[in-house]
Design a protein. Structure first.
Length: 55
């Protein structure tokens, strides 16, 4: 009985660690791309302001 519990715990942990990234990758990747895009836009706006002020 103890061996079965250990096997199930190891199998469940391996299954979650292998499959979870595939389920979350699309959502996480989209959020990361959106954050990076927003950061680039903010940086470009700041650079444009600095160029207008000749700083």
């Amino acid at each position: 009985m103890k061996e079965t519990g250990i096997f199930i715990a190891i199998f469940a942990g391996a299954f979650i660690s292998i499959c979870l990234p595939f389920f979350l990758s699309g959502k996480w990747l989209k959020e990361a791309e959106d954050k990076a895009r927003a950061r680039r836009i903010a940086d470009a706006k700041m650079n444009a302001r600095l160029l207008r002020l000749n700083i």
